[in-house]
Unconditional design. Structure first.
Length: 796
């Protein structure tokens, strides 16, 4: 078994990824062919064209089939986002991506011949006409900064694997069981029945008719994909002379002839059906596997009981699925690459937790997914373990054994807080208990909720603008409101409240940006396949972004550097307003000089109480700051007339966010990286051990957040024994059942990371955990490598 896995792995762990334009070609040709059709119907037809015309292939050793691009490990230019100008293509090549000269020339030719209405340029048509909006976006308060030249947007587009259409960065969990249990034929029949019942008597009837047309096309595309692979496998089987491989190809042909057209009846059929659907829902770097152990285990248990499969055979298929997921990748323009370093993707499979009735959900598939991760030793797909009071200790120890291997997975999340996120906003507890991770760590309910825009807002940069009374010193433009002379505040409370006013204004702008993006997304990027697989998706006859969902979370606000603000406020409160060691005028002068000539003063501010050490002085400031931020976000509404929701996933945005931010009163120099995650301490500032870090974090009410993120790094020697794992298990449990939302671990020492940075070829397969995802260390940029290196090493 492992020999097959190693051979496949050797093909998917590579250094240079090809950029492809075949899907771009097919899409543009289809748009011309169907240019007279409404966008919704046109997009359904495009899916059919892609399913019919994209190159297909079955590689040696494969048991799960379905190519993600026209070339092995390729990334297809995405037609729905920004245009790739030559300078952006050049930057890709500088970073080691490969593109054929002929394709490069044709891409620029296609760009000139046909410029589609992309999401970025349509948003830009509004932003560049509104000085109030564009001044905030040019300042980089929402990452990455928009370019000042009209039409440039954030620069570059996306190149992504997968056979579907955008939007590619939404946080949405489609209900995969609809296709698994019913099959495409039945879903087509249902859509046709609803289409036939339409009477054109109300304002939505024509839109619904078109939606059903598009949905039928989408499921026909699903069927076509299976049929093409069935025919290819059958043809290859006829030519195959090795009996064992011939038998495998014949079985692949049989399976693909059945799924996804018909309901999956066996584990092999179910996992192949899942992969076909995953391909057609991609490109999406945030596409989840949902509660894979819950909906796949019945297939496995039935096959096992009836003698159709062994545990080892099923485990091999799970390993193959992990390696297929390694074929799905994404890159973007150079500015966007900074906030998503390491070819970030979040194909998050949620395991464990409780069932809808509140009982423990652990099953054999839960353990097998962990075993597959241990065997393949790849960063993807991501695994996230839901922890509750009744989580078996056996499962915790097995999960930590995998963590100890150094891949950064699984992450651990708390049912206690995540479930309250939903029930506190009115969702029935039975639905809330079915939550899954979408993207990094944002919770959604399969079929019943979805999130579109996730603007990354740099809070210390807002402080910089507050310090300059509403002006961004980089552009010289006024992008905030006037909150008063920074040096003139006479009390800490007045100072803090003035900063909150600036935050409130900027978050209001972000809410407007979210609503513009939501409106244009539903106009330009209707999604018949995802929408059909949502709760009441077929019955409603509406796109998922064209209706209010059972749990409405259409847009969120994602702050970067929250902990920096807590540290900043603590230092100012202590040193300026309580001890009166320095004045605001002196502080402002030192910050303007980037602390040059003020090193003793800088050290005083750096040594002020820091979050992450179980120090109530700064922790209480953090508690209030987080609560005030949630209140501000809750006061803003989306186009669905529901409040925005806060989330907390930095990914790698704390690096570009820090680049844009001047010196700050926590002792940080200008342009230095910010705190990672959302409840992680600033790197190097937590000096009292892991228990103190978690004690600080659990004081914060994390329930209102759709996600929070805590990174920890342990040295390998601290987790060698069974007793060490038991100690860490107890620490995790205590944190998560007492209001903590998430924690994840790197198990690697500083020396290894320094060697890998100096000799990347010798450490190609070194994996580290970044922020809700794992990545190969050598694929990170230098700044992010340094950030991982500088994280505090914990031990018991």
């Amino acid at each position: 078994m492992y020999e097959r896995i190693e051979r496949i792995k050797s093909r998917v762990v590579i250094d240079h990824y090809p950029i492809c334009i075949e899907k771009f070609r097919i899409t543009l040709e289809a748009r011309k062919k169907y240019r007279n059709l409404p966008i919704m119907v046109q997009r359904g037809k495009i899916l059919e064209e892609i399913a019919e015309k994209m190159p297909i292939g079955i590689n040696e050793d494969e048991l799960i089939v379905g190519m993600a691009a026209s070339k092995p490990m390729g990334l297809e230019i995405d037609p729905d986002y920004g245009i790739w100008e030559q300078d952006e293509i050049d930057s890709l090549k500088e970073d080691g991506y490969l593109i054929d000269l002929e394709d490069e020339e044709e891409l620029q030719k296609l760009n000139r011949e046909y410029v589609p209405a992309t999401l970025i340029n349509q948003m830009g048509n509004i932003f560049y006409e509104n000085e109030r909006l564009i001044s905030v976006l040019e300042a980089g308060l929402c990452l990455p900064p928009w370019k000042p030249e009209r039409g440039s947007g954030v620069g570059g587009g996306y190149a992504q694997s997968g056979l579907g259409l955008g939007p590619s960065l939404i946080l949405l969990a489609a209900d995969y069981t609809k296709l698994l249990h019913l099959g495409a034929d039945e879903l087509i029949r249902q859509a046709e029945d609803y289409k036939e019942k339409i009477r054109f008597t109300d304002k939505d009837s024509v839109d619904k008719f078109r939606y059903y047309q598009a949905m039928i096309s989408a499921f026909r595309a699903m069927k076509m994909l299976g049929q093409r692979y069935a025919a290819l496998a059958e043809e290859m089987a006829k030519k195959e002379i090795r009996p064992e491989r011939k038998k495998e190809l014949e079985e692949i042909a049989r399976i693909c002839a059945r799924v996804p057209a018909k309901p999956a009846e066996t584990f092999r059929e179910a996992i192949q059906c899942f992969w076909f659907l995953f391909l057609m829902l991609s490109p999406s770097t945030t596409l989840p596997g949902n509660r894979f152990d819950q909906y796949m285990n019945p297939y496995y248990e039935k096959d096992l009981a009836e003698g159709r499969i062994t545990r080892e055979e099923a485990l091999e298929l799970l390993c193959c699925l992990r390696l297929k997921d390694m074929e799905l990748n994404r890159t973007s323009g150079k500015n966007n690459r900074k906030k998503n370093a390491g070819m970030a993707k979040w194909h998050n499979f949620t395991i464990g937790g409780v069932k809808a009735d509140g009982t423990d959900a652990t099953n054999e598939m839960t353990y097998m997914l962990l075993d597959a991760a241990a065997i393949t030793k790849t960063p993807h797909h991501t695994l996230t373990l839901r922890v509750h009071k009744g989580t078996p200790e056996k499962l915790m120890i097995r999960a930590l054994e995998v963590v100890r291997m150094g891949m950064g997975l699984p992450a651990f999340i708390g049912d206690e807080s995540y479930i309250k996120t939903f029930t506190s906003r009115g969702l029935p507890i039975e639905d809330a208990r079915e939550y899954v991770m979408t993207g990094c760590l944002d919770a959604n309910i399969p079929g019943k909720s979805r999130t579109g825009p996730v603007p990354m807002v740099t809070m210390p940069l807002i402080f910089d603008i507050f310090r300059h009374n509403g002006v961004d010193v980089k552009t010289g433009k006024k992008c905030g409101i006037e909150t008063g002379n920074f040096e003139a505040f006479e009390s800490y409370e007045d100072f803090y409240q003035a900063y909150l006013k600036q935050v409130d204004y900027i978050i209001g702008i972000m809410a407007e940006k979210d609503n513009i993006e939501l409106t244009i997304t539903r106009e330009l990027l209707p999604d018949p396949l995802r929408s059909a697989l949502m709760d009441q998706g077929i019955e409603s006859g509406k796109d998922t972004f064209d209706r209010v969902m059972p749990f409405e979370n259409g847009a969120v606000i994602n702050p970067i550097g929250m902990i920096n603000i807590a540290d900043i406020m603590a230092a100012i409160k202590k040193l300026v307003f309580e001890e009166k060691k320095y004045t605001l005028e002196e502080l402002n002068t030192a910050l303007e000089a980037d602390w040059k000539g003020y090193e003793k003063m800088r050290l005083d501010f750096e040594h002020a109480p820091k979050y992450g050490n179980d120090n109530d002085f700064v922790d209480e400031i953090a508690v209030k700051w987080f609560a005030d931020f949630c209140r501000i976000v809750d006061s803003k509404k989306t186009i669905y007339d529901h409040p925005l929701i806060p989330t907390g996933i930095s990914i790698t945005s704390h690096q570009p966010g820090g680049e844009l931010t001047g010196a700050t009163p926590d002792g940080r120099h200008a342009h230095e990286i910010l705190a990672d995650g959302s409840v992680s301490p600033m790197h190097g500032m937590d000096t009292n051990g892991p228990t103190a870090v978690m004690n600080s974090a659990k004081k914060i009410n994390q329930d209102p957040f759709q996600a929070t993120l805590m990174n920890m790094k342990f040295i390998p020697s601290s987790l060698e024994s069974e007793e060490d794992l038991q100690k860490l298990s107890a620490l995790i449990r205590t944190y998560l059942v007492n209001g903590g939302k998430h924690v994840q671990f790197n198990v690697v020492d500083r020396e290894t990371l320094l060697k890998a940075k100096a000799n990347p070829k010798e450490y190609r397969q070194l994996i580290v955990r970044i922020a809700g995802y794992s990545a190969y260390f050598v694929q990170l940029n230098a700044q992010m490598q340094d950030e991982v290196i500088e994280r505090m090493e914990q031990h018991f």
